[in-house]
Structures are given as C-alpha cells and as structure tokens.
Design a protein around this ligand. Structure first.
Ligand SMILES: Cc1cc2nc3c(=O)[nH]c(=O)nc-3n(C[C@H](O)[C@H](O)[C@H](O)COP(=O)(O)OP(=O)(O)OC[C@H]3O[C@@H](n4cnc5c(N)ncnc54)[C@H](O)[C@@H]3O)c2cc1C
Length: 541
C-alpha cells in the first residue's frame, strides 16, 4: 500500500488528497495541517471581516471528519511538520500539545503555502496579518471592539479587500502603499480608476509612502506624518514558505520558491511541491515565476496526484489570471502588463477601449476600461486588463482562454460569443479588440498612447479633437483644436500641416477620422483609448 503524506490541507494539498483517493482506493493518504482547519476558503476571509460573509462556518468547506467519511483521508489538524528527513523518508510531526512523533512516507507532497512578508518596522507586532481562519478570528474580534480608525499597510489584492471590508464596518481606513499605485498587476492608467474608486468610498490613500513606525494608536510614515490607527493590518505580500524545504535541502529557485518540474516534482524524486510554495512556469516565456493564487494551486494539486499515480498529465504553466472587487468596481488581469513588457524590451502594441458591458440601448450597460497587449508584428496576445463593473470578468476570462490557446490577437474578432442585448453586443468588446489589433498590426492605422501626448505636442504635433463641440467644451486636452468628425470632410482645409494626433472620447471616432485623414495624405495617428484613457491617466503625465 502506497503511503502518501501531504503537508498543508487547504487549496493545493486538499486538491491533491481528494484526487489521489479517487485514483487509488487503497493508498494511505495522510494530511498534516498546522492550523485548526482544513479546506477553508482563505479567499473569503476578508469578507468575513466586513460581515459580507456573516457566518464563519461558511468559510469552512470541510472538516477532518467529513473528509474521512467521504474520501477516507486521515486528516490531522493542529499538527505541524517540523522536519523532513529525506534519507529515512520520515517526518517529525508536532501536535499542539507539544508531543512529537515520526511519520513515514513513500511520497511526500508539500503544500504549506506562503507566509505573509513582515517588514522590519518598529511596532510591527501590533499589526495583524490575514492568512488563516485564526488570523481572521483575531481581526474580527478587534473590529468588534469598534475601532474608529485603521491602517492597512499594502495596497495589493488582500490589502484592498481588507480596506473595503473595514469601511463596511464604518472604520475610517487608510491604505499606505510604498509603490505609486494600488494593485501592481495592472498598469498605472487603469490603477488611477481604482484610486478614484477607493477615494470615493472615503479611504485615505497614501501612495509612494513608507511606514517607519507603528505606535500604540498610530502609524508613522517616512515623510513625518502620523496616521491614527487603532487597528493595523499588514498585507504587503507573501513569500513561499520554504522553511521545511530548506531544512531538508530541496532545491530553491531564484524567485525564492521550491524548484519543481512541470508536474510539481522537486529535486527529490519522492517529493512534490505545489501551490504558493512552488515556483511556477510562466506560460509566456517559460521562465520561473511565483503566482500565489488559488486556481493554479488547485490545478497543481491535481496534476501532482495524477503524476504520482502514473497517469498521463499535461504540464502546468501559468499566465496569472486574477480578479478583485474594489467597492463597486471589478478589476481583472491576465498575462503580462505593460510595465513588464517595457522592462523586458519587448516590441508590443497596447490597445485601450472603453466598451459597454452590454448593448447601450438596453438598460444598465456599464462602461469598462479594457486593455490588450500584443506582440508586434505577429499579434501574440501577452496580456489584458479590465476595470469596470458587469462583464469585466467575462472579457478577461475569454482573453485568458485565448492566450492559453495561443490565438493571435486579430482572431479575437472571429470568436462567436453569446449575445443578446442584456448580456453583450453583436460586436463584443473582445471581438472589437480583434478588429483593432488587425487594423494596427497590418498598418492600416497607427495608434499612440496617453504617455505620448505631451512629448508629441512638444515636438509640434497638432492635437485634433474630433468629438462634438459640446463634448470638447466639457473638457479637452489643452492645446488641441476641435473639428467634429462629421464636419471633417467639409472643414478639411483647416487641418494644419504636419503630423496630426487625432482623439475622440474612446478612440472609435478617432479611428474613423484617422483613416479619413490618411486617405487624404495626412500623417495622422489616433490616440489609443481616446480622451477617456488620457484623462484618467492625466495625474501621471
Ligand atoms: C486573505 C486571502 C485572500 C485570497 N484571495 C484569493 C482570491 O480571491 N483568488 C485567488 O486566486 N487566490 C486568493 N488567495 C490566495 C490563495 O488562497 C492561495 O494561493 C492558495 O490558498 C494557495 O494554496 P496552497 O495550498 O499553496 O496554500 P494554502 O492554501 O495557504 O495552505 C497551506 C496550509 O499549509 C499549512 N502549513 C504550513 N506549514 C505547515 C507545516 N509545517 N505543517 C503543517 N501544516 C502546514 C498552513 O497552515 C496552511 O493552512 C487569497 C489568500 C488569502 C490569504
């Protein structure tokens, strides 16, 4: 009988355990879990803080008893593996009581997850981290004592979710983020929309700010300011929990996670590592990466189980698709962002659009900001981001699927996506990205980006606003001239000599105007995403 031991009984570990049982009714499968809970919904923890998820029990998806009854798994909670002896293939397990015992394995799966990064700041012990059910119980107890103020250190996904939930509890909340923007995976012009949203909900945002000290009731920043904070949550990121792996000499990669092959096998042929602790393979460049997300942890768990049982498996690679709710906004991304493409020196094309979530004439359509990044000239899709409301998730998921299937960007136009007015448009936003990509990649039109506007103006390029007079009067890029698209043929003589940068509200009328001008021999380019993208990014220009 095969003896398989799994360390960590949540996302990756429990996926592996249940799959193993389905594949082998005889195997001895033991899961060792340090906390008091297994198979809990850590992704739901922030919502328990805010009371959106009212009952803590609903976060607990299984118990050791239910897992034993259904899968005959030997799940041992409040038990910590403190050592791995690879020569004897034995683990040392310490119970909560302090008592220890040894456990043999034939195959070991490591799924201990990640550890919150704790910065070396004076008073940091006052800050809560949010990783486990025990953590959230402590935070919920602190919230129950009705603090008036809170500081969340870190503006990543968990930090932003935590802040939103503290606001739900009427706590005056500040997010302190060292980077100049929230939510690192998205690009700065889209992050500006997120900043606007959190400020709208009265979250105090301190970007580009470093915490120097946490006192009894405040957080001090490097610029000398002090923010009242009866409650402090530290969410500056996570790092793979490689304590055990290092202790037994497993190979650790450059990114700080356990080195594994595409099936999760470590440098030891009897040990697999899955989930947040393991380095992943980036599907876009084949290099090692860290993606601490639940989908890939679950997938790795299943693949490792299949591999252990000798089944044919597809290698796991990741594109890091993620989504987060920020008050009334949905923010989602997949693949690489523009910051990373620039840093890598990749020749790419960015495309910004602002489509409606469904047909504009059907009530309730919400405009989103949608961005696609593709290689030039071959149109390989490298990434996408979206910020908006309804329908953001669906567009990013379709593009994530397209990346996985290596669909060239122009072929997004060919996707037959479900359409009726309450749900989408006959030309879905994803189709539109395909049309635009085709126009740009074939050289039919040329786009420039929001960050090109001021430098091009400085070089003497004329900015032509082709929106209506009314739109122009409500706000325009300074220095631009206004000739509405419908007047353009008639007023062609007014177009100054030299290069013209055309813009409209979202880029669509600008495209038509650009084509018209180019047909008449004008060197015209279109401002990608139009005034809407530019004005969102204006604070960055
Ligand atoms: C608050 C929060 C919100 C999140 N939201 C999302 C989201 O919305 N979407 C998303 O995709 N991802 C989200 N994640 C990330 C996601 O939960 C993780 O990527 C995923 O759980 C990783 O799975 P894992 O199996 O590697 O580790 P985990 O699920 O963290 O499980 C590891 C377990 O191992 C145990 N353990 C560690 N060391 C030992 C030891 N020595 N002995 C015994 N047990 C040990 C730990 O107690 C822990 O329970 C969120 C995470 C958190 C904390």
């Amino acid at each position: 009988m095969k003896k398989i031991v799994i360390i960590g009984g949540v996302a990756g570990g429990m996926s592996a355990a249940t799959r193993l049982r389905r594949l082998d009714p005889e195997a001895s499968i033991i899961v060792i879990e340090r906390s008091g809970f297994v198979s809990y919904a850590n992704c739901g923890l922030p919502y328990y803080v805010g009371g959106v998820i009212a009952d803590q029990a609903s976060l607990l998806l299984q118990t050791p008893q239910s897992l034993d009854a259904r899968f005959e798994l030997d799940v041992r909670v409040e038990s910590e593996v403190t050592q791995i002896n690879r020569d004897s293939k034995k683990l040392t397990v310490q119970k909560k009581s302090g008592e220890t015992y040894e456990l043999e394995y034939d195959t070991l799966i490591l799924s201990p997850g990640a550890q919150p990064i704790i910065p070396p700041i004076e008073g940091i012990e006052r800050a809560h981290t949010l990783r486990t059910v025990e953590d959230v119980t402590r935070i919920a107890a602190a919230v129950a004592s009705n603090p008036k103020s809170a500081v969340v250190i870190g503006g990543g996904f968990i930090g932003v979710e935590s802040a939103e939930n503290l606001v739900h509890k009427n706590i005056s909340t500040t997010i302190v983020e060292a980077a100049p923007q929230l939510l690192g995976p998205i690009d700065p012009e889209l992050a500006e929309l997120v900043h606007h949203e959190v400020r709208k909900h009265e979250v105090n945002l301190r970007l580009g700010a470093g915490v120097t000290k946490i006192t009894e009731n405040s957080v001090q920043l490097a610029d000398g300011s002090e923010i009242e904070a009866e409650l402090v949550i530290c969410a500056i990121g996570v790092k793979p929990d490689t304590t055990l792996a290092k202790g037994c000499g497993l190979e650790i990669g450059d990114r700080g996670g356990i080195t594994v092959n595409e099936f999760g096998l470590t440098s030891d042929p009897n040990i697999y590592a899955i989930g947040d602790v393991a380095e992943k393979i980036d599907a876009l460049d084949g290099e090692a990466t860290l993606v601490p997300l639940a989908n890939i942890a679950n997938r790795q768990g299943r693949v490792a189980a299949d591999h252990i049982m000798g089944r044919k498996v597809r290698p796991v690679a990741t594109i890091g698709t993620a989504i987060v709710k920020v008050f009334d906004l949905t923010v989602a991304s997949t693949g690489w962002n523009e910051k990373r493409l620039k840093a890598r020196g990749i020749n790419y094309q960015a495309i910004h659009t602002h489509p409606g979530s469904h047909a504009g004439y059907y009530p309730g359509s919400e405009q989103m900001a949608l961005k696609l990044l593709v290689t030039k000239p071959d149109g390989k899709i490298l990434g996408a981001q979206a910020v908006g409301g309804e329908g953001v998730d669906k567009r990013i998921d379709v593009i994530a699927t397209a990346i996985r299937c290596e669909l060239p960007a122009p072929e997004l136009a060919d996707l037959e996506l479900a359409y009726a007015p309450p749900f989408g448009s006959a030309k879905d936003p994803v189709n539109m990205l395909g049309y635009i990509a085709e126009n740009l990649l074939t050289g039919f039109t040329e786009n420039v980006q929001w960050y090109d506007v001021r430098p091009m103006q400085a070089q003497g390029v004329t900015l032509l606003d082709v929106r209506t007079k009314d739109e122009y009067s409500r706000g325009a890029i300074s220095g631009s001239i206004n000739i509405p698209l419908d007047d353009l043929r008639e007023r062609f003589e007014e177009i100054p000599d030299g290069k013209i940068m055309v813009y409209c509200q979202v880029g669509q009328r600008g495209h038509t105007a650009t084509v018209l001008l180019r047909e008449r021999g004008v060197n015209a380019v279109n401002l990608d995403g139009g005034y809407k993208t530019w004005v969102a990014a204006e604070p960055l220009t």
